[in-house]
Design a protein around this ligand. Structure first.
Ligand code: ADP
Ligand code: ZN
Length: 386
């Protein structure tokens, strides 16, 4: 009986975490298997639409942790797997790498029903998703995100692409995966710095759509060193990931291809964020830049009279609490202003921001003059000790 009870208890816990979330789109909808253990991945690939051949695209940091395990699982489910490893980091997200990997697809005789499975963070899913969308005009694409940022953001929403020297993600496509497979345990090896990057996007979700999520984040107690590790956060992470995924999915469902102006809200913090990231590459990571971007854009919102000062200070405090930057004395203001023109929200040469009205509610399409943006960047520059 005791054995049964223990077994039954474990089963319940398992099922509380595992969720199959449907992303409903006009053409091709798909499922996000959230909280599923890696071992179950093989079961998902038995459908007829999936052929035998799988390219496992990952990076040289991730492969030693999970590469062989994934290969074993795939082989066990009858797949013929070969791996392609790229160097970690943004520098692999370029057109040269796209050509290299595509030639590898052809050399390995991948066909329309083959699978490109990405195992890694946003860099790997952006690169692999783009390749899946153009090789033979589209093959099965399955992201298995291994960073917090990729689990809550990059692997969902169908945006794929690579960078050009002029800006981030300037070449890409909208391409939906066959499904997304989110195993929280993959985050157990993620360095603290990378966990923080994910929190930057989670904070964003709270600001744009959920006062409740913002409240949960505000109530997390953080003290001491290395607190942002998976082990310290594993009780709360599934909730935060689920809430973030639900917000992103809902927005994407309403405006899949960013044509209705609704999806723009996901860009909160990213107008300044991208400018900072490009202008300070490689020192500034995406999450750090977005954190600065959120502080800057909420300050801008306050200065333009869109929100109360407390909204700005509460955002800044939250960013600070999660160890993300809220000021940057080295900021290259002129360079940032110069790169703003490559923002995808620019229309007729006008820079358009997503600004905050209150926590959980933002306004998109706010045109702001460059001089005003410059003032905000100066604030970010001098605010170091506050
Ligand atoms: P993102 O765009 O999602 O922030 P990247 O693809 O740039 O992430 O990955 C960030 C870094 O974390 C890279 O160096 C990558 O190799 C490493 N990484 C990704 N997932 C894991 C993991 N689960 N454990 C350890 N390191 C990881
Ligand atoms: Zn982002």
């Amino acid at each position: 009986m005791a054995k049964f009870l223990i077994g039954h208890y474990c089963f319940l816990i398992y099922n509380l975490i595992m969720k199959k979330i449907r992303v409903s789109l006009s053409e091709k909808g798909y499922f996000i298997y959230m909280g599923y253990p890696l071992e179950k991945l093989g079961h998902m690939l038995t459908e007829n639409r999936y052929g035998k051949k799988v390219m496992l695209l990952t990076d040289t940091n991730v492969f030693p942790f999970y590469g062989n395990m994934v290969k074993k699982i795939l082989v066990k489910s009858g797949k013929d797997v070969f791996d392609v490893l790229v160097k970690p980091g943004e520098q692999s997200k370029n057109l040269r790498k796209v050509c290299e990997v595509i030639e590898n697809c052809a050399r390995n005789k991948m066909s329309r029903d083959s699978i490109l499975l990405t195992l890694g963070g946003g860099v790997i899913s952006d690169l692999g998703g783009f390749i899946s969308s153009i090789y033979m005009r589209g093959i099965n694409y399955i992201p298995v995100p291994t960073t917090l940022l990729a689990q809550v953001d990059a692997s969902i929403g169908g945006k794929t692409g690579v960078n050009l020297p002029f800006g981030k993600n300037l070449v890409g496509s909208f391409y939906q995966p066959s499904f997304v497979y989110v195993d929280f345990n993959l985050l157990s090896t993620l360095p603290e710095k990378e966990i923080k990057q994910g929190f930057s996007e989670i904070i964003k979700y709270g600001i744009i759509k959920s006062k409740k999520l913002f409240g949960i984040l505000s109530s997390i107690h953080i003290s001491g060193e290395k607190v942002l590790m998976y082990n310290q956060l594993k009780e709360i992470l599934p909730t935060l990931i689920e809430k973030s995924i639900m917000i992103k999915k809902t927005v994407v469902e309403k405006d899949e291809k960013e044509t209705k102006g609704l999806r723009e809200i996901l860009n909160f913090g990213h107008t300044l964020g991208h400018a900072i990231e490009i202008s300070h590459f490689p020192e500034m990571t995406h999450g750090d830049s977005v954190a600065l971007g959120m502080v800057g854009e909420s300050y801008l919102s306050y200065k333009l009279g869109l929100c109360k000062k407390e909204v700005y200070t509460s955002i800044k405090e939250l960013v600070k609490k999660f160890g993300l930057p809220f000021s940057y004395s080295q900021i290259k203001i002129k360079k940032c202003i110069g790169t703003l023109i490559y923002d995808k929200k620019v229309k007729d040469g006008k820079i358009r921001f997503v600004l905050v009205k209150r926590i959980g509610c933002v306004k998109s399409g706010v045109v702001v003059e460059k001089v005003q943006v410059e003032k905000i960047l100066r604030e970010i520059q001098k605010d170091e000790k506050t």
